[in-house]
Each structure stands twice: as structure tokens, then as C-alpha cells.
Design a protein around this ligand. Structure first.
Ligand code: SF4
Ligand code: MG
Length: 332
């Protein structure tokens, strides 16, 4: 498949004061194929939202690069950036906070089109707004109402309609369903899937809940304290998780069929997520890892390719460290 977006050694640091630096995203690399849903999962504070915002250009980056259709996102000139903004859109976690309460639905969906000067004809634009409302399961009667008149799920649909207004190719959905009632979460996920098929969209889907990410993602990256722990296909991540942190996340998910004997290795996470201002040396997961070895404090694990499409950052899988692992992995 064709690569749409490449993230190479991306770093996003926040320099808080002379002494303290918050390393929200610290040397993260992956690529996203055209038409796929790429999931990023991790606890709150792991840097996944910051990664999304940096990729789309809402935040400036500290180091590394993001390449979208061959162009470096952070080196675009003003005009290119503007054009690029139309192609990439974001759906936010909180449909309440992300919609202006004083604007009608029509005004909310119209705004990006006005800013970008598309559908300048008023009548055509209104038709477009009606079409977008239908696309997200609402209707034209909703156009003149205000956000507070809608349920959480409907508000998220309005947010999705707004994100679609400029006909984007790539959408970053930052926890789009975690603020919603469980009963409507599946509906919104299904809507996103339908829209993806219909419009050929590529998604970066960010969530803290692994079972949620699995439903929609082709591949999943597990993120911990600014670093990627593991990256593989959705199925492989469930069948054959390698990183102790991934195993811990999976341990928290009940197995769907109670008749199947659950043979999974259970890892219960110990302690708190350390601060990204002062992360542990070596492997950032070591303070909570039941397998931590001496080397884990001294050396940052390499990003290992253990199989085609399966990457992990853990010394347990590094032949050079363990000396006996018979895999065929290479550091990349
Ligand atoms: Fe645990 Fe060490 Fe692997 Fe880190 S590198 S996950 S501390 S075993
Ligand atoms: Mg977040």
C-alpha cells in the first residue's frame, strides 16, 4: 500500500523553565498507509494527543520530521500550510468544548469553508452543509439549531461534519468517543467506518482504551511516556503481544467468550505513570515492569523489528542483550 504520512524521529518538548523540560513525544517513528486506520493507544499523559497535534501542525515540533505526500509538514510556507490544513482535519475528544455555543450548526460547519474560500456561492454552500449533515446521520432541520440542543453523540456528529467540510484526506480523531455514553460509542465508531469507506479517508485514531482502538484500527502503536513501546497489526497485538506494557493493557480487557479458557499472562500495572519531566533512565517503562533487568536502567531499548509488521522496544527481545533469543529481529 501507499504511504500517506511518515513520522521520523519526532520529538515534541515543552521547555517549562530553565531546568525542566517536558518530553511529551520523544523520538517517535511510524508511517501511515493511505486508507488505513492507524491507532495510537496509551494512558492519559503518554503524549498521544501531543503527537497528533504535532503531526497535524497545531504544535510546532522540536526535532525530527513529518512527511505528508512527500512534503515536510513543518517546513511548509504559509500558503502551502493553508492548503495542507484543508487536507488534514481533527476530531476532538470533547464535543461540548469544541463547538462554539453561540453558533448555529450551519455556522459551525460553514466556517472552515468560509476560511478556505470553498463553495463561495451561498446556496451551494448551504446544500453542501445539508449533505454533510446527512452524511453524519443528521438532517437539514438541524442546521439552524445550537449545540446545546443536541445530545453528546449528536454533537460529535456535528464535529465530524465540520471536519469533513473541506473534503480532507486524513483525519486525526483524538479520543472521539471517550466522552460519550457507552451506548452511543459504537454508533460513532460505525459512522467513522462508513465515512472512511465512502470518502476514502485515512485515520489516526487516538484512544486510551485498547478494546476501543481494536474495533477500528488496522494497525496499532502502543505509546508510553512519550515513546512507542510496540507497533503491529490489530490482530497480532491481541494474539501475540510482546511488550510487557502491551500485555498489561491487554490484561485489563476481559476475554469476550467466557467459555474460552483465558490463558493470557496477566500483568497488573504497578505504581503511577512517572512524570515525563523527569522520565526514568534507559527503558521508560522499567519502574513498572515486572521483567526489568539491570540493563533496562542503563540502556534505552532499540526499536526492534521482530517480524514483518511487528516492532517492539524492549530488551527482552534483543538478541544482543539477552544473547539467546532465537528470533530474527533487527534493530531499525
Ligand atoms: Fe521491561 Fe526492560 Fe523490556 Fe523495559 S526493556 S519493558 S524494563 S524488560
Ligand atoms: Mg489526550
Amino acid at each position: 500500500s501507499q504511504v500517506l504520512l511518515e513520522v521520523n524521529n519526532l520529538k515534541k518538548y515543552f521547555f517549562l523553565n530553565k531546568k525542566e523540560t517536558l518530553k511529551a513525544v520523544d523520538d517517535v517513528s511510524f508511517h501511515i498507509y493511505k486508507g488505513e486506520t492507524f491507532g495510537i493507544v496509551g494512558e492519559s499523559g503518554c503524549g498521544k494527543s501531543t503527537a497528533g497535534r504535532t503531526i497535524i501542525g497545531l504544535y510546532d515540533h522540536t526535532e525530527g520530521e513529518v512527511i505528508y505526500e512527500g512534503k515536510k509538514v513543518h517546513s511548509l510556507n504559509k500558503k502551502e500550510k493553508f492548503h495542507f490544513q484543508g487536507k488534514m482535519q481533527m476530531i476532538f475528544q470533547d464535543p461540548y468544548a469544541s463547538l462554539n455555543p453561540r453558533s448555529t450548526v450551519r455556522e459551525i460547519i460553514s466556517e472552515p469553508m468560509e476560511v478556505h474560500g470553498v463553495y463561495p456561492d451561498k446556496k451551494e454552500r448551504l446544500e453542501r452543509i445539508y449533505q454533510l449533515l446527512e452524511d453524519v446521520g443528521l438532517n437539514r432541520d438541524h442546521a439552524n439549531r445550537y449545540p446545546h440542543e443536541f445530545s453528546g453523540g449528536q454533537r460529535q456528529r456535528i464535529g465530524i461534519a465540520r471536519a469533513l467540510a473541506l473534503d480532507p484526506e486524513f483525519i486525526i480523531a483524538d479520543e472521539p468517543i471517550s466522552a460519550l455514553d457507552v451506548s452511543v460509542q459504537a454508533q460513532v465508531v460505525n459512522l467513522l467506518k462508513t465515512l472512511q469507506k465512502k470518502k476514502g479517508l485515512t485515520y489516526l485514531f487516538i484512544a486510551h482504551d485498547l478494546s476501543m482502538v481494536k474495533q477500528i484500527s488496522n494497525r496499532i502503536a502502543v505509546m508510553y511516556l512519550g515513546h512507542l513501546a510496540e507497533l503491529t497489526t490489530s490482530n497480532e497485538l491481541y494474539k501475540n503481544p510482546l511488550h510487557p506494557y502491551t500485555k498489561a493493557l491487554l490484561s485489563a480487557i476481559p476475554i469476550p467468550d467466557p467459555d474460552i479458557e483465558d490463558k493470557r499472562e496477566r500483568i497488573i500495572l504497578q505504581g503511577e505513570l512517572p512524570s515525563p519531566i523527569n522520565p526514568p533512565s534507559g527503558c521508560v517503562f522499567r519502574t513498572r515492569c515486572p521483567y526489568a533487568m539491570e540493563v533496562c536502567a542503563k540502556q534505552k531499548p532499540s526499536w526492534l523489528k521482530v517480524e514483518e509488521n511487528h516492532f517492539v522496544a524492549c530488551h527482552l527481545y534483543d538478541k544482543k542483550v539477552t544473547g539467546d533469543f532465537d528470533g530474527n529481529q533487527v534493530a531499525v
